[in-house]
Structures are given as C-alpha cells and as structure tokens.
Design a protein around this ligand. Structure first.
Ligand code: NDP
Length: 313
C-alpha cells in the first residue's frame, strides 16, 4: 500500500510544537514578529502573503505586512528594508518574489539583515548552509526533509534524484541531503533542463524530488517500484472538464479551484506514480503546507537567537 504523505497533518504537528515555543518566548516577554513585504499586486503573491500572515496569527506570532506600489522606486524598498532591519519587534521578514522589473531581487536579498533572513536566501546564509552550519534552512527544502522524516524515510545511503536546480529548492535541498548530518548522508543527483535521459536518473533513485514547474513531467514509467516521491511543483492548469479524468484522478484540486477555471497539479503525474511509489506527496496538501510551517519555524528560531531565549526547536 502506498503511503500518501499528508503534508497538512505534518505541518499541523510542527505548528503545535511551535506554539509551545511561542509560549516560552511569551513568558520571557517576547512575541516573535514576522514581516512580509509585497511590491505590486500580483494576485498569487497576495494570496501567499495573506496565508503567511494568517499562519502568524494562528500560532500567536506578530504578523506585520508592508505593501508598496508596483511602480515603487528601488530606494523606497531599500528604505523599507532598512527600517525592518532596525525594528527590534521584527525578528524575521521576507520580500515576496517576484518583484517588479525595476527592482533587482538579488540586491534586495543582499540588503536584508542575515539574522532576519528567514527565507535563508542571503548570500551569507547560503554560504553557511553549504558549509554545514546553516542559520536558517530554506523553508521548502527543510519542509521536504521533515516530510521524509515523517514518512520514516531516512535518506542516509540512499540515491536521491532531484529534478530542478533552482536557488530556492533544488540547490539547497541537494546540499541538505548530502550533508553529513541526520536527515542527510544521501548520494544526490541534481537534474535540470540540459540533463540527458532524465528517466534513467529518476529510475535509479530511491527518492525522487520533482521541483521543476512542469505539470506532471514525472510519471510512473520514470520510477522504480518502491520509490519515495516528493512533488514540490505547483502548477495551475486549465480545469479539466473531461469526466474520465475527474472520476479517475485521486488527487485533483478542490471543486472551488475547478470553478475558478483552473486546477492545481504537481510536477508528478500522481496516479501513475502512486502505482510505483512506496510513499508520495499529493498536490495540493504535500510540500506546500510544509513551506509555510517552516517559515514560522525560522521566525521562532530568529526570535530565540535575537532575544537569547532558549526554545526547544
Ligand atoms: P525554477 O523555475 O526556478 O527552476 C526550475 C528548475 O527545473 C530549473 O533548474 C530548470 O532547469 C529545471 N527544468 C525545467 N524544465 C525541465 C525539464 N524538462 N527537465 C528537467 N529539469 C527541468 O522553479 P522553482 O524551483 O522556483 O519551482 C519549481 C516548482 O516548485 C514550481 O512549480 C513552483 O511553483 C514550485 N514551488 C513550490 C513550493 C511549495 O511550497 N510547494 C515552493 C517553491 C516552489 P534549468 O536550471 O536548466 O533552467
């Protein structure tokens, strides 16, 4: 029987633990503060930041939201960043990507105080991660590690194939999984758009992580029996009105999404992959909730470090 890993349940458990940490901080007179900065009015970004703010409230953290117009000059954003760096009630913050064209996101990242960089994207934090001394593990890769742990899949000694080499998912995940620490010690292959014979790389893996942004790129024919499959991808595709698909698919989006004219699918073709996998994450309800939970985790960690209060993370 394939284990369909319930990311919502794992994330709930992490949030419950974080609530205890927030209580400990509260007893020391500290409320962890997370700020989100949104430049412009990209609808998907608006949804993401409002979910992050709601998450803060739910665990008793202080959520601060800053919005700038889509035509804001880079200096306006840099002033906001300087203010957040100086604000001791803000322990962590992020600038939601993508930013409008007039703003250089790399420059934005460089200006964030690394101690408050709860996304883990600042060059100093990237360097520390690679050196095996992570201050903040980036949220999605850390969430993937937690999902593997929750599914009792230890990467040690396993062959892992990661499809995708992005700055935010593929590269940091490869680093985490190859490290000589618990949750690591895997032999990692990283694939990308120039990789030859992708299916050969996925078939030889014990664990496949798909982080591409290509709907249902990885299907069951590309997997060996017993593989663990983690699907990071979130792709909006036109709602499928085909009755056969809606009656056969075990992992389609909610009827709400279908009514909006789209549905969410991952980078893995769930039904055929599930036939081969020993464990698999669904989309939605797999990696997504974990990314949000690990952002809260990093914010609690940042507050604990900045305020010198021990919490058991
Ligand atoms: P990027 O676009 O930054 O990177 C995609 C990677 O996939 C690149 O390395 C690219 O190769 C590679 N790639 C593209 N096409 C192929 C192909 N045909 N075969 C093999 N590799 C290919 O994406 P992200 O990492 O930011 O995101 C990936 C997916 O994960 C998206 O669907 C995104 O929405 C989702 N996501 C989900 C999160 C969550 O919380 N669930 C969080 C973050 C992302 P190359 O480098 O050569 O261009």
């Amino acid at each position: 029987m394939t284990n369909v890993i319930d990311g919502n349940a794992v994330a709930d458990g992490i949030r419950a633990d974080l609530e205890d940490c927030v209580d400990t901080l509260d007893n020391a007179g500290v409320t962890p503060g997370l700020a989100t900065v949104l430049v412009g009015d990209d609808p998907a970004s608006e949804t993401y930041v409002s979910m992050k703010q709601r998450d803060c409230e739910e665990v008793g953290m202080n959520g601060i939201h800053v919005e700038l117009d889509g035509d804001a000059a880079p200096d306006e954003l840099y002033d906001t960043i300087d203010d957040l760096n100086d604000d001791s009630s803000v322990h962590g913050y992020l600038v939601q990507d993508p930013v409008p064209d007039q703003i250089d996101y790399r420059e934005v990242i460089r200006r964030i105080d690394p101690a408050k960089d709860v996304d883990g994207f600042h060059p100093e934090n990237v360097g520390r991660l690679v050196a095996g001394d992570a201050r903040f593990k980036p949220c999605t890769p850390h969430g993937v590690q937690k999902l593997l742990d929750a599914a009792d899949v230890d990467p040690e000694g396993k062959d892992v194939t990661i499809v995708g080499r992005s700055r935010i998912v593929g590269k940091p995940l490869a680093n985490l999984l190859m490290q000589k620490t618990d949750g690591g010690n895997a032999t990692v292959t990283v694939c990308h758009s120039r990789t030859q014979d992708l299916a050969e790389k996925t078939r030889r893996a014990d664990i496949v992580v798909a982080a591409v942004g290509a709907p249902e790129l990885v299907d069951g024919s590309m997997l060996s029996e017993g593989t663990t499959v983690i699907d990071v991808g979130v792709n909006r595709v036109d709602a499928d009105t085909d009755e056969q698909r809606s009656s056969s698919s075990q992992n389609s989006s909610s009827s709400d999404d279908t009514e909006k004219g789209y549905e969410l699918v991952g980078d893995v073709e769930f039904d055929s992959a599930k036939e081969k996998a020993s464990a698999i994450t669904p989309v939605p309800g797999g990696v997504g909730p974990m990314t949000r939970a690990m952002l809260l985790y990093n914010t609690v960690k940042a507050a604990s470090q900045q305020e010198d209060v021990d919490v058991s993370l």
